[in-house]
Design a protein around this ligand. Sequence first.
Ligand code: NAP
Ligand code: MG
Length: 407
Amino acid sequence: MPEKINMKTPLVEIDGDEMTRVLWAMIKDKLIHPYIKLKSEYYDLSLVKRDETNDRITIDAANAIKKYGVGVKCATITPNADRVEEYGLKEMWKSPNGTIRAILDGTVFREPIMVNNIKPLVKPWEDSIIIARHAYGDVYSAVEMQTDEPGIAELIFTGKSGKVTKKIIKDMNGRGVLQGMHNTDISINHFAHSCFKYSLDRKRDLWFATKDTISKIYDHHFKDVFMEVFEEYKEAFEKAGIEFFYTLIDDAIQRVISCKGGMVWACKNYDGDVMSDLVARAFGSMSMMSSVLVSPEGYYEFEAAHGTVTRHYFKHLKGEKTSTNAMATIFAWSGALRKRGELDGIEGLIKFADSLEKASIMTIEDGIMTGDMAQLCESANVRVAMAEELLDEIAMRLEEELNSINA
Ligand code: NAP
Ligand code: MG
């Protein structure tokens, strides 16, 4: 067996909950530890630990990513009322992903992992589509109101200077509902920079769309910011042979359906939420969607897009074997290790990440896959694997791959 790869800077390792926590340990055991002298700073973000530390651990983990630059995160439970009871929580703690995003202020890039024996549902798609979701503001931090009589709804802004600006939303002749939402120039700027940087990094065209014809101030401002920020990247884009393309959101949708794929599609917060699920499903399944949060300062947090797979976990607790798909979590690890390799100049780590991804894809292309994938595969050559079995098959191919590189 070749010597283990050494690391320089620690990777921020953020553990999580339920079935994905079980997979996490297996992945490290079978695919990481045998080949890498893993240097990591470990944060346990299990719900139990978050409750014990009054959620301090989540903030510490986010700050560690700021310190070291790269983190890898397991899926975590976002508690609701049922979870408060299930775990006897002191409080209904906030979404850990929300807390981490608020500290790192980033853009989330989601990319489907493609295999040749599962064809996208959209015929023309030949290459993946990466969704870049603005992870701040709009309807996600909106204030809403329901009214119970006729009246005038107004939008009022009181400046720090004391200057007041008012607009009438509607003179309402009956009951209704209202919503006030916002975004900030800083966040939109960061979003634009992250998208241009990521597209350059991946050498892919960048698409962006809003509804600026209807939302003449709000959405139009997003467009203006992107156009302005693009000036800084224009030359680099030309050199890389890639393009920035702006259009209306409805036009973008019909073009996406008829394109070949291969671009980064920047979406406002809500569009990104909805479209990333559509893209994931159309390429295969949520369990094949990888995800990375990129901060404007260039910090990276890699994770899987899916949750903790609760239903499988309860089966696992009863001693049953489950066919849970670890692909997206494996790709979170490979993405983080590759980025660590790039930042620290460790060629071996980059090659290892490539080999791990190749071995994982090869396993599925050889017809060995979990149940969620088998349902989608049209080929007759399919063997449904349990979670651990899939990892063993990947480990076998990884071993061969690494031996052939080192031979
Ligand atoms: P989920 O964990 O993504 O699972 C939903 C269903 O999708 C599963 O029951 C399973 O379907 C299928 N599935 C998802 N990932 C799979 C995988 N890797 N392999 C095989 N099947 C997979 O979503 P959820 O049930 O809505 O949420 C569960 C918990 O996760 C919640 O507490 C939520 O707060 C948390 N969550 C965390 C994150 C995050 O940390 N990034 C994101 C989303 C949700 P079948 O049951 O039909 O097999
Ligand atoms: Mg969603």
